[in-house]
Design a protein around this ligand. Structure first.
Ligand code: UDX
Length: 470
């Protein structure tokens, strides 16, 4: 089918978890606001889950399309089988693209999550550009891109013959000096899951070199331009709903892709003084031990500060209430609120929130930066260790827990370190990191404003697509 450069049609295909769907949907909205038609692809299971989470109104047939319509954007929703999303589902994707080409304007490019590399071959077969979309910091992109430089170290770490923590790594282009403990867990750990994911990443980064463009959810003032990468990462973030980034009236409050119903904590927050609440959340994926949850519960209580804690029901294998100390929920009634899931952006933008205890998932960190909320890093897995290092030591917009403990299977952050770290946030040290993050908040907002670095990068990208005559 003939392609009309005036009718660009992008297929946007995130890896189907919350931390990837959310930023790629925000990017889809940006593209659509620049006149590009977007088909947003998720798996059947995720689509059903998102639909179920949005039982807000009866007419809400497809929450993705409905929210786009409300914003006046042409975003269409499509689904693919669940399968194992990391596996090769090329046949199905190819069929979907053929169907889309028959029924609407021909698809002019595939914008796929970097970790869905098999989509590259389909785009090439159809003769359309393939764009690799990276949802983590550009520093992480550089680490995986240069993983060959870490091969010997990785073998020793995985075999347990090198020090897990303190070896310095100062030779990765575009990456500040790291200790081994700051590396992503998939490079450090030798269990079968980590090895499997590392192999997927290795393939992803081989193919990403062939991409027509690489886009990333970061911004130029935060991470320097990645001239050492080919192609370089065009930074288009932070990808957040516009209503949280500027004071202009906007209907976009970003509820369209939440995979669980969001508890509304605003009434509870409204009743608290400004700058008095600690928000605690560990994103959508990590699992914690019962022992760790008990320490967090007691650390929060012992701090004496107000707290709002998102405790996902699936964070532990047993039920959440079994993991909390006896009588905890009754005892903290005046001090805290525990909810299964919320609208994190609404919470972080509430004036009563003073700080964020976070697992350092990249979306959570960018949201905290864009809303000027200092963090206490509690990394468990994947990129979270490196993100925490950037947050605490490079950007100085928060800190790690006192005592240097580690969460996850390998250790325990204990209650006294949790309560003392929370108190630190209300001390002079807290004031310092607050000042730093407010500076970055302003840069983040400037980047996405019309004419800002990320806005210009998106313009450049769209113009580049048009220039291909596709
Ligand atoms: C995963 C990885 O764990 C993370 O390390 C990687 O950087 C991205 O993919 P996830 O663990 O879900 O993501 O964390 P994060 O990236 O922080 O994304 C969580 C998203 O869920 C955020 O956009 C946050 O706003 C949202 N959220 C969180 C809610 O909507 N409600 C909540 O109650 C908690």
């Amino acid at each position: 089918m003939a392609r009309n450069p005036e009718h660009l049609h992008a297929l946007v295909f995130p890896y189907p978890t919350q931390g990837h769907i959310t930023p790629m949907m925000q990017f889809a909205k940006k593209l659509a606001s620049k006149g590009v038609i977007v088909t947003f692809l998720t798996t059947h299971h995720r689509h059903q889950q998102i639909t179920k989470a949005h039982t807000l109104s009866a007419e809400q047939d497809d929450p993705i399309e409905q929210e786009a319509r409300k914003l006046g954007l042409d975003i269409r929703s499509a689904q693919i089988s669940d399968g194992l999303p990391l596996d090769n589902m090329g046949g199905e994707l190819e069929q979907l693209l053929h169907n889309l080409n028959k029924t609407g304007p021909a698809v002019s490019c595939v914008i796929a999550d970097t970790i869905l590399p098999w989509s590259f071959e389909i785009a090439k077969k159809l003769g359309i550009p393939w764009i690799s979309f990276w949802t983590q910091p550009t520093v992480l992109y550089s680490i995986y891109y240069h993983a060959h430089l870490l091969e010997d170290l990785r073998h020793s770490l995985c075999k347990g013959t090198a020090d897990e923590g303190s070896i310095s790594i100062d030779y990765i282009p575009g990456v500040p000096t790291l200790k081994t403990r700051d590396l992503p867990s998939f490079i450090r750990e030798g269990d079968a899951d980590s090895q499997y994911i590392f192999n997927v990443l290795r393939r992803s980064f081989q193919l990403s070199r062939e991409a027509d463009w690489v886009l990333g959810n970061s911004f130029d003032d935060l991470e320097s331009k990645s001239v050492h990468l080919k192609p370089p990462v065009l930074q288009v973030g932070p990808l957040l709903p516009s209503s949280f980034l500027n004071s202009e009236h906007s209907k976009d409050i970003g509820v369209g892709t939440s995979i669980w119903t969001q508890y509304d904590a605003s009434e509870w927050l409204d009743a608290k003084p400004n700058g008095s609440v600690i928000y605690v959340s560990f994103g959508s994926l990590i699992h914690a031990t019962k022992a760790q949850l008990e320490e967090i519960a007691m650390g929060l209580k012992d701090s004496g500060e107000f707290f709002l804690w998102v405790l996902r029901p699936d964070i532990v294998s047993s039920t959440v209430s079994d993991c909390l100390p006896d009588g905890f929920l009754d005892e903290i009634k005046r001090q805290g609120l525990v909810v299964p899931w919320c609208n994190q952006l609404q919470v972080l933008s509430h004036p009563s929130v003073a700080g964020f205890i976070t697992h350092c998932g990249w979306n959570s960190m960018l949201e905290s930066i864009a809303l000027g909320v200092p963090m206490i890093g509690f990394p468990f897995w994947a990129d979270q260790f490196t993100n925490c290092k950037l947050m605490a030591d490079e950007w100085k917009i928060g800190y790690r827990f006192n005592g240097g403990g580690q969460a996850g299977d390998k250790g325990l952050i204990v209650r006294k370190d949790i309560s003392s770290s929370i108190r630190k946030l209300f001390s002079e040290e807290g004031t310092e990191v607050k000042k730093n993050i407010e500076g970055l908040r302003d840069s983040a907002r400037a980047a996405v404003r019309e004419g800002g670095s990320s806005d210009k990068n998106i313009e450049r990208f769209v113009e580049g697509l048009k220039g291909r005559g596709i």
